[in-house]
Write a protein that binds this ligand. Sequence first.
Ligand code: ADP
Length: 335
Amino acid sequence: MFRSARLKLTAWYVLMIMLVSIFFSAAIYRGVGREFERRFANIETRLRGQGFQPPPPPFGRVQFFEDIQSARQRVFVLLTSANGVILVLATGAGYVLAGRTLAPIEKAMEEQKRFVSDASHELRTPLTALKTSIEVGLRDKKMTLKEVRALVKSNLEEVESLRELTNHLLELSRYQANGRQLVFKQFRLDQLGREALETVRPLATQKKITLKLKAKKETAEIEKESLLRLLVILLDNAVKYTPRGGSIFLSLIQKPRELKVVVKDTGVGVAKKDLPHIFERFYRVDQSRSRQKVAGYGLGLSVAKEIIELYHGDIKVDSVLGKGSVFTVQLPQKS
Ligand code: ADP
C-alpha cells in the first residue's frame, strides 16, 4: 500500500517540478528570442547609420532571420536538455522525498495496527473466560446457591476488569496530544493533592500503607481533570506495587517556571531493563510479584504519558528493585 502511495506521491512531486520548470523554460525561450530580434535589429540600424548597405537577399535580412532562427533552435535544444536533466533529478529526489514524507505516517499506522491487535487480544481473553464460565454454570444443574453466588461474583470481577480496560482505551484516545485542548485555571495544589490521595486511600488503608502529602496552599495554572487523573494513575500504581505496611509520598511544588510532581513509594521497584518500556502500551513487568498478583493491563502509564505530553512536560523514573520508585513529573508553567 505504501509502495504505491510512494510512487503516486513521487509522480505528483515530479509533475509539479516539471510544470514549474517547463513554465520557466518557455518564458526564457520567449525572452531570449525577443532579445535576439532586438539585438539584430540594433546591429542592422547601427550598420545602416555607418553607411553600410546590407547585401540583397538571400544574404541580407534573410540571413539575419536565419541566424535568429538557428540561435533560437540552440536555446531550445539547451532548455530541452536542461529539462531532461531536471526530470531525472526530480524523479530521484521526489522518490526519496516521498519516502521521507510517508515514513512517519507508515510508522504511526504500524503502531495503530499493533495497538488494535493488542487491545483486541486483551479484550478477547477475559471475554472468552467469561463466556466459558457462564456456559459451564448453565450446564451444571446441581449448582448450589453458594456456588452460583461465587460464579456471579467472579464474573462480576471479570466485567469490572473489562470496564477498567475499556476506560483506559477511551482515555488513551481522549488524551492523545492532537485531539484535546487543555483549559487552564488557577487551582490550589494542596486541595488537588488531598483529592488525589482520597481516591487511593481505601486500597492503601486495606494494605496498611501510609500516605503523605507535601503541598503548600499555593495555586498553579492547571487543568484539574487531567492533572488529577495523572496523580491518581501514579498513586494507584504506587499503592498496587507497594507491599503491606509501606509508605507513599506525594509532593506538589510550584517552581518559578514549572510545577514539579513527585510520587515516591517503598514498593517492589522496577528493574533497569524494564524502565525504558514501562510507558509503552500494554507493557507489564513480567515478574510473578507484579504480573500475577496485581491486576492491570499495562495502560496506566501510557495514559499518564499522553497527559504529560499535553502539558509539554516530562517524566523521569528512578527505581531500585526491592526498595521503591520515584516518579518525577515536570510540567511547564507560564511565568
Ligand atoms: P499496570 O499497572 O496496569 O500494569 P502501568 O502502565 O500503569 O500498567 O504500569 C506498567 C508497569 O510498570 C506495571 O506493570 C509495573 O510493572 C510497572 N510499574 C508502574 N508503576 C510502578 C511502581 N510504582 N512500582 C513498581 N512498578 C511499577
